[in-house]
Design a protein around this ligand. Structure first.
Ligand code: DP6
Length: 320
């Protein structure tokens, strides 16, 4: 009986934005995330008697072009772990794809965990995080639940995620305001590359991430939601400043993104505890307490073209 691996996506509170090694996906900085319980990928892999992998995503057979990235990943995994088996991969994404939700994070974490199971590689969590990272950087963090830090490292073997607090007892919820489900125009891979190469602020970003990572870890320890929110929002805005200051300039923001940022700032003036963070897409994730998220939901539901989903803190990799 083939087992299914389930990985949950994560939202970065301190963003990963820029690689010093593209091929190995080694980042310039550490990053820090919260694993969410609402968005996940279920993946199973079955060994087949063939020299080609077959990939199903959401019950649809992918063609050569669509499966290119996954097959390249499987090829490098075969090489690294010295086996030659090919697979029928079945992956079901419970994440809106390509809309600023890191479906590649849960996707590659689940795929890495599934191959580990099927091939009985017996990887420990650090090795599994490294294997997931080779697929997509942010996937390295989805191995664990709760608050997770990805240590940048400087080679393939020391760049992996570590748990900070897998079961935090904290009144923190995340509301995802989904603006549209159209595919994003600039992938995070290429967006970060452009930022590193052309934004004059990139060296400052590296310094900022280092200090904000220390500060947010302190705030997490103290369960200080206001402090966590302030740091996460500032970090996200600073990441987006890198895209705006790139040459040529670009942005992931849509008009609704800005509208929601303004709304949250106004609601904060009224005493509602809420902060925003945004990834490489137009959607806005709002951090707050159970009470503040309930209040915000009712404001957002008045906006057209916006749907809301509330997530709580999620688990690490699971098998069933
Ligand atoms: C903005 O992990 O998707 O979500 O490593 O090139 O696959 P690749 O990039 P990816 O980038 C995620 C960027 C981000 C911030 C974050 O999750 O830390």
């Amino acid at each position: 009986m083939t087992k299914t691996a389930r990985a949950f996506t994560n939202i970065a509170l301190i963003k990963y934005w820029g690689k010093k090694d593209q091929k190995l996906k080694l980042p310039y900085t550490n990053s820090l995330s919260l694993t969410l319980d609402r968005f996940y990928t279920d993946t199973s892999s079955e060994i087949i008697d063939s020299s080609k992998d077959i990939i199903y995503l959401n019950d649809m057979l992918l063609n050569e072009e669509q499966s290119k990235r996954i097959i390249k990943y499987l090829d490098s995994t075969r090489k690294k772990y010295n086996f030659s088996e090919h697979f029928k991969i079945n992956s079901v994404n419970h994440v809106p794809t390509s809309a600023g939700f890191a479906s590649s994070a849960s996707g590659f974490a689940a795929l890495a965990a599934s191959i580990d199971q099927t091939m009985a590689l017996n990887l420990d969590k650090s090795q599994l995080s490294i294997l997931a990272r080779r697929g997509s950087g942010s996937a390295s963090r989805s191995i664990y639940g709760g608050f997770v830090e990805w240590i940048a490292g400087d080679n393939n073997n020391n760049s992996f995620a570590v748990p900070i607090d897998e079961n935090p007892d904290i009144d923190l919820e995340i509301l995802s305001a989904v603006i549209n489900k159209k595919a994003k125009k600039i992938s995070s891979t290429s967006g970060m590359e452009k930022s590193v190469e052309t934004s004059p602020f990139y060296p400052n970003w590296v310094k900022l991430v280092s200090s904000e990572t220390n500060e947010i870890k302190q705030a997490i320890k103290q369960k200080d939601i206001q402090k966590i929110g302030e740091i996460a929002e500032h970090n996200a805005m600073s990441m987006h400043a890198l895209t705006l200051s790139a040459k040529p300039s670009f942005t992931y923001f849509e008009p609704e993104t800005v509208e929601i940022i303004h709304l949250i700032q106004e609601l904060r003036q009224k005493g509602i505890l809420a902060y925003v963070t945004i990834d490489a897409g137009p959607n806005v994730k709002i951090l707050g307490t159970h009470k503040s998220i309930e209040q915000i939901k009712s404001y957002l539901n008045n906006l057209s073209d916006v749907t809301t989903v509330v997530a709580n803190i999620g688990h690490g990799i699971q098998y069933f």
